[in-house]
Every structure is written in C-alpha cells, then in structure tokens.
Design a protein around this ligand. Sequence first.
Ligand code: AMP
Ligand code: MG
Length: 486
Amino acid sequence: MTPAPASTLALDARFARELPELALPWQAVDTPEPRLLVLNEQLADELGLDAGWLRGDGLGLLTGTRPPEGATPVAQAYAGHQFGGYSPRLGDGRALLLGELVDSSGRVRDLHLKGSGRTPFSRGGDGLAVVGPMLREHLVSEAMHALGIPTTRSLAVVATGRAVQRETVLPGAVLARVASSHLRVGSFQYARATDDLDLLRRLTDHAIARHHPQAAEADNPALALFEAVVATQAELIARWMLVGFVHGVMNTDNMTISGETIDYGPCAFMDAFDPATVYSSIDTGGRYAYGNQPVVAEWNLARLAEALLPLVADEQDAAVALAVEALGAFRERYSAAWSAGMRAKLGLPEGLDDAVASTLVADLLALVQTDHVDHTSFFRSLGAAARGDAEPARGMFLDLAGFDAWAERWLAVGPHAAAMDRVNPAYVPRNHLVEEALDAATAGDLEPFDRLLAVVSAPYDERPGLERYAEPAPDSFAGYQTFCGT
Ligand code: AMP
Ligand code: MG
C-alpha cells in the first residue's frame, strides 16, 4: 500500500472519549535533542505511516512532542496486583496513549509512548526511560512477533538527548509502542474499585467491541468476555512456555485483555531448562518463575473475574459460581495448547496416542532438566536428530544412556523433521547477546543491536555464519539478572 501523507494522519481518541474516567489528558515532556535509534519500517507501512516522514518531520510524533492535530494524548488509569499486593492507583507513570489508528488491514491499533515524562501517576518516579531498556523492549517484542507469539509491537526508539539518573547517568529514550489496545486486568480492577457500575459496563463494552466482539451476542456478555480472555491468555502462556520465555513481572497491570504479551521489563529467554528459572532481581520469592507462569496467569484471571462479578449476575453467589466455572476452562485450554505445542516440537505424528506422547514429553523434560540442557538449542537440534544425526542433541547430555534410551523410543514413533524446524527456533534473543548489544548501543554503537535484531527477526531460518547467535551462553554468564522499571 502507499502510505498516507503525513499531513492526513488522524488519531482517534476513542478510549479517551468512551472512558474519560480512565483517561487523563496530558502532554509529553520536551526532548532536547531527539535522535532516531531504530525504526520499524514494516510496521510503519502497516500503519500507513511514511517511514521517510517519521525519520524527519514526523519524529515529533514518535516522541509525542508534536502529536497530530486534533489528537488527545492521555495517561491511562489502572490499578494492579504487584507481586500479589494490591495497588489501587498505578496508571501510566511514564507513558501516554497518543490515540488509535486503523491499520492497512482495518484493525484498530493504539499508538502509545513509554518514557514520555512525568504524569499525575508518576508517584516518586521521573517519568523517563533510558536507551538500553527501550531497545530491549524493541528487540524482544519484535523477536516474539517473529516467533508468531501475540505481542505489542515497537514502532521506534528515539534517544531524547536527556541525561537520566539511574544507578549511573544514562542516555534517555522514548519508545513508540503499538498494541491492539492497552486494556489490562488492572484497568478492570480500577474501574471496579470506583464502585461506578456504569464505568465498569462501558469498559466492558469497549473491551468487547475491540477484542472479543462475539461476546456482544452472548446471553451474558460480561461472562463471555471473561471466557474469551481466559481462552486467549491460556493460548498465550502456552506459547511462552514452549519457547522458554520468562515474562518476569506478571502483575495484573501487565496482563492484557487482548491476549498480547505486554511490558518487556525484566523478561528473558531461559537458557538451561528449569521450571524454577527466575531472572528478575526483585523476584526473590520466585513468584514469576518460568514454571509458575500458568498458575500466575490463572491467579490474575481470578482478579479479572472479581472485577467483573457485578456484571456477571445480580446475585453475588450466582456470579461467583459462573466465574469459577469459566475460570476452570483455563487449565484445560492451557494443557491442550501446551501439549499440542510439545507434540509439534517433538515432531510427533498426528495419530500418536496421547498417553504415549505425554510420556515421551515428560521423560524428555526430566532428562533435560537434570542435565541443565540449553532449551533453545536442544529443541532445535532435535530436527537433525529426526533426520538421523542425533550427535548434536546427544552431546548436550551427561546421562548419555538416558538420552539414548529416550531417543530410541522417540525415533520409533517416526518424528517429522521438517515440521519441527518450523516450531523450534534456531535464534532467540539470548541474554548474553542482548546485554552485549545493549551495552554497545548505550555507548553509541548500534551495530551489534541492528545485527541481533535482524537475526531474531527470522528465528526459524538457520543461516550460515550466525552460529554464535545459536550457541548457549558461556558458563561465565551464569547468575544473569534483569531489572524492572528502568
Ligand atoms: P512496569 O513495571 O513498567 O509495568 O511499571 C509499573 C508502574 O510503575 C506503572 O504504573 C508505571 O507507569 C510506573 N513506572 C515505572 N517506571 C517509572 C518511572 N521511571 N517513572 C514513573 N513511573 C514509572
Ligand atoms: Mg506495566
């Protein structure tokens, strides 16, 4: 398609119009010396935005300092359970919703900024963001998209020219984020806590219209919305688990109604397979460990159900019974999605008996965990093993006899190698590569970042010369930690 000329760019303000109680009109802080660090040209095209314009006169759109005429940038209000503790008023403390636009396939998308300055929700924070973490969100969200996992996208990262105080002084940046919406479980918690049923109803209608329109036709639309969110989150978390993604901060304000992954803060791809894997420095209890993610998602969905209760039925007991039953579908849906995904990862043939398949999967995961095998490279190497070269996979184990016995049973069922290479990525944003790229970018050299972005943007397509990107982290990298809100 031909991108629309910049002058015709019109952002809608549907969220602000329909839910003014959740939308505080606000402005982005000025950027002393904006410099574009990365632009997602493909996404710009999808949005009907001219890349050439964004690089020049349109830079003020990407920083929020020159929003389009008629736009109503707002800070969104939401609440949330953070590490299990309820905060009644979080909201966009360093972000703004610029507005909505319709993309080339007719979908409504939010254009949103992160790092755009203080808002009434900033509490003690400075409202700012820095280059490393914003490039990190760009890189990891684009990798997730390339893996086929629902996610918010990053349109651009712009360095602001402002020095930002963290542990040291770091270069500031703004991320321009695109999402099918920024409605969160925490948005519903906030609306519910106001005791304004009309607001809760409008929020529910807004969410249904944008994400789950079939729920509008149901006898009980609020319950149907809840069921749809349960289903889409069960599918999403299964996808995370299958690629070894650890979100790191699954607070209820970081869980979307759309089913997109959101807020790439302390996230990381797991190196050695272990359900107890935690990278976030503040997650000392392991609440958001890799293996806990399905349980936490279910817990968060229970909080969404509580917020929706007054709309589900007039009698609280009846509403609770309906919500509990709907939430019960999570486990089933998650297990089905995860099992189907594991079958695909192992290339198991269609007709293979479920009990045989699940034993093969469980036995393999036990071996992989015991020997601290690298998740991504192991599953990728299974493709070669199915084609007759088991050595690379075998070489990752200490318990050779254990692996050989498992491989013999697995090969006997006739795995499909070609299909496996389409679901087991060769390249994910490995933590040591991400850190290397971000350190260089912070120091002014974007080349390692650009290269890594190109590698993870085609994760299933193994290319010669990229061996280093497929290798596990060196042992010296053990004990890796990630950080929040930076
Ligand atoms: P997050 O962990 O990024 O999901 O953020 C949780 C909450 O903290 C949200 O309400 C954010 O807007 C807020 N927040 C994070 N970093 C900052 C910052 N530097 N200044 C102000 N608010 C922030
Ligand atoms: Mg957040």
